[in-house]
Write a protein that binds this ligand. Structure first.
Ligand code: KG4
Ligand code: ZN
Length: 336
């Protein structure tokens, strides 16, 4: 598609309704609504997420087009998240995109959400060159990926239980912190002692991850402290955050180091909300400098769920000659 210039990206797989416009790979407009309804429930409630997407999808797409100063007639392709994600949420995004594409006679592209998290690193300079080693760390995914080309990615390892962001959020909830709790653990950990408590670093074979052991051990530690000090959460809050974060981050670093050794890829590229963790960034930056790796982490608005990464994945797909389609069916468990 030589003539394709403007791509409208639409993301609705979880709790962010997002739209973005990209012109020949350059972001020219975007709008995102992060749903706040879930905070009161301590996690994403699928039915409420779908309803909130339904409320926001039209104004968010309009806002993105307005910020790009382009009418819908100027859009050459619509890239929409096909999966993985929550069925109801994906249905809102894909159904809206299908209707818009049919009504305006625009071709479509179904985009894989976690692959797009890695391609988010192409939105701004400095951009990684291919091939690279990708690590997607979000509320729903923990994946090590060999990325040979935007359309040629191989999954090397994934979590056997909770995603790392999910572990952060569940542990934060045990300490009565608001959802999503990862960022709160991060902030409290800054003033805490990471050596105050010890949590087990999982020993899973190969390049797979596991975080449920740390979570359970944390619960037992809290119960033990509660028998010693009724006010333990106030006394040890920062130390608990720093210590558990140390274990979670160490687990990620060990697997990443093993993946670099296995693949010989020394260009390391992060994606997903947990990539914003300051302790992870600090330790990874030091390790990369020591080992001579190149390290890429997108800015926060491109690590968390956003449509700019979906538009970028669409741009890469078209550039690589992928054929557009006339409609996209959601795949909640879309394979990598
Ligand atoms: O990529 P994302 O916005 O959504 C998914 O695709 O899941 O990631 C959200 C996850 C949440 O679990 C949130 O707690 C975590 O990213 N997160 C963090 C930090 N900022 C966001 N976890 C640890 N430290 C942070 N600074
Ligand atoms: Zn995501």
């Amino acid at each position: 598609m030589e003539d394709c210039k403007n791509i409208l990206g639409i993301e609705s797989s979880c709790d962010d309704t997002s739209a973005a416009v990209m012109c020949n790979g350059v972001l020219v407009g975007q709008a995102t609504n992060t749903q706040e309804v879930h905070a009161a429930y301590g996690g994403v409630v699928p039915e409420k997420a779908a309803r909130a997407h339904q409320n926001k999808i039209v104004p968010i797409v309009q806002k993105a087009l307005q910020s790009a100063n382009l009418p819908i007639q100027a859009i050459d392709a619509i890239a929409v998240t096909q999966g993985p994600g929550l069925l109801g949420s994906l249905l809102v995004g894909t159904s809206f995109a299908n209707g818009l594409a049919l009504g305006s006679n625009i071709p479509m592209l179904g985009i894989h959400h976690t692959r797009a998290h890695l391609l988010a690193n192409l939105i701004e300079k400095p951009r990684p060159t291919f091939p690279f080693l990708g690590l997607v760390i979000s509320g729903g995914h923990t994946q090590l990926v060999e990325v040979r080309h935007p359309l040629d990615m191989q999954l090397l390892g994934t979590t056997r239980d909770d995603a790392v962001g999910e572990a952060f959020d569940k542990i934060a909830r045990m300490m009565n912190m608001p959802y999503p709790g990862g960022v709160h653990i991060d902030r409290h950990a800054i003033a805490g002692n990471p050596n105050r408590f010890t949590f087990p670093i999982p020993n899973v074979a190969g390049l797979d991850f596991s975080f449920s052991g740390i979570k359970t051990s944390f619960l037992y530690q809290m119960r033990k402290l509660a028998t010693q000090d009724a006010d333990f959460l106030t006394t040890y809050h920062n130390d608990l955050c720093a210590s558990v974060q140390y274990a979670l981050v160490t687990s990620l670093m060990l697997k990443l180091t093993a993946a670099v050794a296995a693949t010989k890829l020394q260009r390391v590229v992060l994606g997903g909300g947990v990539a914003n963790n300051t302790e992870l960034q600090r330790r990874l930056t030091a390790l990369a400098a020591e080992k001579g790796w190149e390290l890429f982490i997108p800015r926060p608005s491109y690590t968390t769920d956003n449509a700019a990464m979906i538009a970028m994945a669409g741009h890469c797909a078209l550039k690589a000659g992928m054929a557009p389609v006339s409609s996209v069916t959601p795949h909640p468990r879309m394979r990598f």
